[in-house]
Ligand binder design. Sequence first.
Ligand SMILES: Nc1nc2c(ncn2[C@@H]2O[C@H](COP(=O)(O)OP(=O)(O)OP(=O)(O)O)[C@@H](O)[C@H]2O)c(=O)[nH]1
Length: 294
Amino acid sequence: MGFKCGFVSIIGRPNVGKSTLLNRILDEKVTIVSSKPNTTRTNIKGVKTGENYQLILIDTPGIHIAKDKINRLMVQNALDSLEMVDIVYFMVEPGEFIGKEIKFILEVLKKYEGKKYLLINKVDKSTKTKAINTANEIFKYLEFDYVLPISALKGINIDKLIDLTVKDLPENYKIFDNDYITDIPEKFLIAEFVREQIFRLLKEEVPYDTVVECEMVEDRSENLLYTACSIIISRESQKPILLGKRGRTIKEIGKRARENLEKFFGVKVYLDLWVKVVNNWQEKDEYLKIQRLL
Ligand SMILES: Nc1nc2c(ncn2[C@@H]2O[C@H](COP(=O)(O)OP(=O)(O)OP(=O)(O)O)[C@@H](O)[C@H]2O)c(=O)[nH]1
């Protein structure tokens, strides 16, 4: 024995860097990142296996005041992750205002019985004092087992975080094979890589009104993966925005997503994109299932 294996959930408000942290720890891009809040819509599992440990991390949607069904399901997904984990990473940014959302998360964490880590992320663009003050403010409401200033983007204190976490993991047998890195099915991962570029390239409400379904994935040869995705928007008027002048925007979305897919799969990728309009898809179970929220 002596082998450590356990689960960690990464929670926090939208946009604090949860997905960036998961990708950094895994040293592999399995979850999508953008500068817009609420990019992650469902729990994404990533597995890091070392010589004497296996760390199963869950990237969760940002916890926020949810106004509609899809956002309520996103928040519920994040909260549900706490039921199965040995450790929770609560991520904040330096100078974060202790408002309603943070207080809500702290109330939830009061009942949580595993180890609690407070991670002050994005310290690369902040001062030490600001980070310490944020931790002090949060400790007025709840004490954590560890506080660690980190930068998920620049890799600051990540090795330290992994070391501490491994010490706190329970002794257990390995759950996944050594080369297993995510529980995300291939089709969902492809759709997410497309959705990421929609979040990155389009402004305002269109990304939030979009869901992507990967309809087909096929090995066309040893070195060529063919895949086709539908981009589903909720209004006809959003079509010209998504397509762009002479189709330039959708072409760019496809190009960038394809490049990331090629890096991930290590083969050439041919990506076909289609656009569909489904009024109010956010209220339809079929589409919430595509987004893995039901
Ligand atoms: N400067 C800096 N930026 C960071 C760091 N970590 C993440 N970011 C940026 O913060 C933005 C949000 O990052 P995400 O990883 O998508 O954040 P998230 O918490 O998963 O976001 P949600 O999907 O809204 O829950 C992106 O623009 C990241 O590049 C960091 O350590 N330093």
